[in-house]
Design a protein around this ligand. Structure first.
Ligand code: HEC
Ligand code: HEC
Ligand code: HEC
Ligand code: HEC
Ligand code: HEC
Ligand code: HEC
Ligand code: HEC
Ligand code: HEC
Ligand code: HEC
Length: 474
């Protein structure tokens, strides 16, 4: 950028010069280049004769064009990088079939902005990479683009079309294209177990952005199980690794996101997610009609966060939209509060193992609560809730297991926890028996909760028993 700006002054005059001068000059350059290319680079296939003609002008550094909106479109193409790229075989015409020597330069395309040009040229990739286009079109990035987001990436934001290197050459971590726009997340990632491993060794099997999020069909991070499944894909022993010390392992792994424990310094919160109980799917905002924000705002007129009553009436309103069987319920998830923290994964020795960090009156993760549904582009739409909703009896009836944990059951667990601690001090009982104690009491507590729930449900015909279902896997 800097060098282009530097050369702008004479670039303008340059365009006015006769094309023949370009041709002569660059033919000389070509000869010079060929004769000085060291033998190691002899493998780089030469440019075709046709491409050399294009490069006669476009190989000139500083060649650029002023757009009406004041932007500058760089017209210089680095010839060597192009020659070494995978696209040398298709030549300039492979993508710029509309620009030929016969019609160009006299043909001047109307280019309104640099960005518009990039977006328009996405279509040129379709002919040969239809599969990637299809994946891309289903991504969060593409929906942002359709919404008019000015920096949502298109193909050429992640791939320099004139210098695409072969897959076999593993690019340095620092050059990952995602960094351009997600710089703070990159910085968090680079300090993580994965980032350190990946930047420390070219042999590392640790993941980089696209290994967890995928490259083309990137989805909103908070939606679905994809990211968790990505972890499980490489860490196949996760269940066993946690079972040895964490009781009710599956419940914990279901209700707590991996980074919530593996990013030790993270701030945590409880997100209460609205679910359609009949389908087991999260409630999502329909395009164009932002119900959630409207309803949440009117329920929370003071703006101090939803209280239990407001939450309950919000649930009722969403339930009314559905058929009788499809009630809206809430499932809690313990997660980190910001995107950077999700990437500060530390070695296992630093992971959160202390039961009391969560199972204690006033435990930090339960002090911040949000209520959310899935927005039109897959990203969550949130509204703050008062932390007291977790302890309110009013809405216990309408929610799943996790929620009740914050209410009645978390108290039972706290008592159990203290008992177990005392037992631990008095009699040196091992981990297993401690876990056993928890399992046994938790089972009892769950049975009790289910019985109460059942009773409440039968008292309220029409409301359906579904609201008291545990947060089973969808
Ligand atoms: C004689 C010099 C010359 C040659 C040869 C040449 N170009 Fe250009 N090219 C230009 C100039 C000058 C512009 C800027 C035109 C303008 O101001 O609109 C340009 C613009 C472009 C643009 C941007 C779109 C636009 O209209 O501004 C593309 C893409 C392009 N050239 C591709 C090619 C390809 C592909 C070839 C080979 C088939 C080629 N050019 C050959 C001089 C040349
Ligand atoms: C793989 C497809 C592909 C090939 C092959 C290709 N281009 Fe491009 N070209 C593009 C895309 C995409 C853009 C828009 C880049 C952007 O978004 O900034 C572009 C932009 C340009 C531009 C200027 C306008 C701009 O956006 O910077 C010129 C000039 C140009 N190409 C010339 C060439 C020449 C000359 C060759 C052959 C040496 C060539 N291209 C080969 C895809 C290609
Ligand atoms: C005329 C056909 C054609 C067009 C158009 C085309 N490509 Fe390619 N592309 C190829 C070929 C051939 C390869 C190399 C063979 C392969 O690995 O598929 C390739 C490979 C690639 C690779 C992978 C390199 C690697 O090995 O990992 C990327 C990335 C890529 N192209 C991006 C683009 C982008 C972005 C566009 C649009 C601006 C585009 N291509 C347009 C033919 C094309
Ligand atoms: C957000 C960044 C991003 C965007 C946008 C993007 N890509 Fe990619 N692409 C990547 C990354 C990262 C890789 C390498 C990782 C991988 O192999 O999955 C890749 C790999 C590829 C490959 C080689 C993959 C293979 O396995 O052969 C092709 C071809 C490709 N991209 C084409 C495209 C085309 C065409 C577009 C536009 C529709 C596009 N990409 C948009 C980031 C992106
Ligand atoms: C040219 C800019 C750009 C590039 C490059 C880019 N992104 Fe994005 N991305 C965005 C924007 C803008 C958003 C929407 C705002 C936000 O959430 O940060 C977004 C959103 C996302 C989201 C959803 C965030 C959420 O809130 O759920 C993920 C995940 C994501 N990008 C991953 C990637 C990955 C992985 C790459 C590289 C393969 C990448 N991005 C490359 C601009 C970019
Ligand atoms: C080890 C897997 C993994 C890797 C590697 C990874 N991410 Fe993530 N990413 C996650 C997880 C997990 C979340 C949080 C999902 C949630 O809400 O629970 C996330 C969230 C995000 C978000 C949304 C942040 C927000 O504000 O909500 C973006 C954007 C993102 N990642 C981009 C990137 C980029 C860019 C890279 C590479 C520098 C990257 N990720 C590397 C797993 C990964
Ligand atoms: C309740 C907190 C907690 C949650 C939730 C959690 N972990 Fe762990 N994890 C730990 C602790 C603590 C250790 C270290 C155990 C030890 O001391 O061996 C660990 C160990 C690991 C290890 C190392 C295993 C080994 O072989 O030694 C991996 C990998 C791992 N966790 C991945 C995950 C993934 C993936 C998830 C999400 C599906 C997850 N963890 C969820 C706390 C947690
Ligand atoms: C592409 C495979 C891959 C994916 C996907 C992946 N990891 Fe890893 N992970 C690794 C590798 C390889 C290491 C070992 C890095 C090293 O130290 O060299 C590792 C290390 C770890 C460690 C440290 C273990 C220890 O012994 O200290 C934790 C914790 C961890 N990963 C958690 C996660 C979580 C959570 C996710 C999902 C958000 C995830 N990983 C996704 C490959 C992966
Ligand atoms: C990061 C916070 C966190 C940590 C650390 C944690 N738990 Fe939990 N625990 C939870 C949450 C949240 C639930 C509620 C899960 C649900 O109901 O879906 C839960 C549920 C439980 C249950 C009840 C399961 C049931 O039937 O609902 C027991 C027993 C339990 N935890 C014991 C422990 C023990 C023992 C430890 C330490 C080895 C521990 N927990 C560490 C957050 C945590």
């Amino acid at each position: 950028m800097a060098s282009l700006r530097h050369e702008r002054k004479w670039g303008g005059h340059f365009l006015a010069l006769h094309a023949g001068i370009f041709l002569a000059a660059s033919l000389m350059l070509m000869v010079l280049w060929a004769s000085t290319t060291p033998p190691v680079q002899a493998a780089t296939p030469p440019l075709s004769a046709a491409d050399q003609q294009c490069m006669a002008c476009h190989g000139t550094t500083g060649l650029e064009k002023k757009l009406k909106n004041g932007e500058t479109l760089a017209l210089h193409i680095p010839g060597r990088a192009f020659a070494a790229s995978v696209h040398n075989v298709i030549g300039c015409a492979g993508c710029h079939s509309d620009m030929t020597l016969a019609n160009h330069p006299p043909l001047k395309k109307k280019i309104t902005s640099v960005r518009e040009n990039s977006i328009a040229l996405v279509e040129t990739c379709r002919g040969c990479h239809e599969d990637k286009l299809k994946l891309y079109e289903g991504s969060i990035h593409a929906s942002l683009l359709r919404e008019g987001n000015p920096i949502a990436p298109v193909c050429s934001d992640c791939h320099n079309p004139h210098a695409v290197a072969a897959k076999t050459a593993r690019a340095p971590v620092a050059e990952v294209p995602c960094r351009k726009c997600h710089g703070s997340i990159f910085d968090a990632y680079i300090g993580s177990v994965h980032g350190k491993s990946r930047s420390g060794s070219s042999e590392s099997a640790a993941p980089i952005c696209a290994d967890c999020h995928r490259a083309h069909d990137v989805l909103a991070a908070g939606s679905g199980d994809r990211l968790k499944n990505a972890c499980l894909g490489c860490h196949g022993n996760v269940l066993e690794a946690h079972q040895s010390w964490l009781p009710n392992t599956e419940r914990h792994l279901e209700a707590i996101s991996c980074p919530a424990c593996h990013s030790p310094s993270a701030q945590r919160r409880v997100d209460l997610r609205l679910y359609n109980n009949a389908t087991g799917q999260r409630m999502s905002e329909k395009q164009g009609v932002p119900q959630f924000e409207l309803r949440a705002n009117s329920a929370d007129a003071v703006g101090s966060g939803l209280d239990a009553l407001a939450l309950q009436s919000l649930l009722r309103e969403f339930s009314r939209d559905n058929e009788a069987s499809a009630r809206t319920t809430v499932r809690g998830r313990l997660e980190v509060r910001n995107g950077e923290d999700a990437h500060r994964l530390a070695p296992k020795s630093a992971a959160l193992k202390d039961c009391a960090a969560c199972h204690r009156e006033g435990a930090a993760p339960f002090q911040s609560v949000t209520v959310s549904i899935v927005g039109p582009d897959g990203r969550p739409v949130r509204h703050d809730a008062q932390k007291e909703v977790l302890n309110s009896v009013i809405s216990v009836e309408s929610v799943g297991g996790f929620y009740a944990i914050g209410g009645t059951r978390i108290k039972i667990l706290d008592v159990l926890f203290v008992l177990a601690l005392l037992a631990g001090i008095g009699v040196p009982i091992g981990h297993l028996s401690l876990n056993w104690l928890f399992r046994r009491y938790a089972r009892n507590a769950a049975t009790q909760a289910a019985a109460i729930a059942q009773a409440e449900a039968t008292e309220q015909p029409g409301a359906g028993a579904t609201g008291t279902t545990k947060n089973d896997q969808p």
